[in-house]
Design a protein around this ligand. Structure first.
Ligand code: SF4
Length: 168
């Protein structure tokens, strides 16, 4: 079974976060950052109904897909470009391709930065995405939760309290 796009994103951020999420240990409901992200998604595209479609492919939901121009729009509240965002959108493009939609592209929008990032998926990228999928399967099946990453990268993570409870 394919991982979800959320797992692809987390895989590029922190294997521990990915493992916890995959094993249904969820903290997003306690996170202000997650709530802020949701709000942004809800208000960023009031015209969404006219142009964009919400589609679900192999268990992953694409919130804003433009079927006319074949563009996946992804909005990030982050104030910096992250490799994990690009990986997530490349995975959407991979899913579209697998489901018969060739030539789609992605556009990540960063309202806080007033910046956009175009994302492509080339033929050469396919083995890379498939290696992420295999690696994710391997990590998720482990009985042991992976270790923490550097604390400096954890501040906005919804699992922060869970990971550092004994230190706070
Ligand atoms: S708090 Fe840090 S170590 Fe824990 S899951 Fe989040 S990113 Fe990973």
């Amino acid at each position: 079974m394919l991982p979800t796009a959320t797992l692809i994103n987390y895989y590029h951020l922190c294997h521990r976060k990915m493992w916890l999420h995959a094993n249904h240990i969820r903290m997003e409901h306690t996170s202000e950052a997650v709530a802020e992200g949701k709000q942004l998604h809800e208000h960023a595209y009031p015209q969404r109904a006219e142009r964009y479609r919400e589609i679900i492919l192999d268990g992953s939901k694409i919130d804003f897909y433009d079927p006319y121009d074949k563009v996946v729009h992804e909005i990030k509240k982050s104030d910096k470009l992250e490799h994990s965002h690009i990986a997530q959108v490349q995975f959407y493009l991979y899913l579209l391709r697998k489901n018969g939609v060739d030539g789609a592209t992605g556009l990540i929008e960063y309202p806080k930065l007033r910046q956009t990032e175009t994302v492509q998926l080339t033929d050469e990228d396919i083995p890379m995405v498939e290696s992420w999928i295999r690696d994710i399967e391997r990590i998720v099946e482990r009985e042991q939760c992976p270790g923490r990453i550097a604390k400096s990268k954890c501040r906005s993570c919804s699992y922060f309290d869970f990971c550092y409870v004994e230190e706070e």
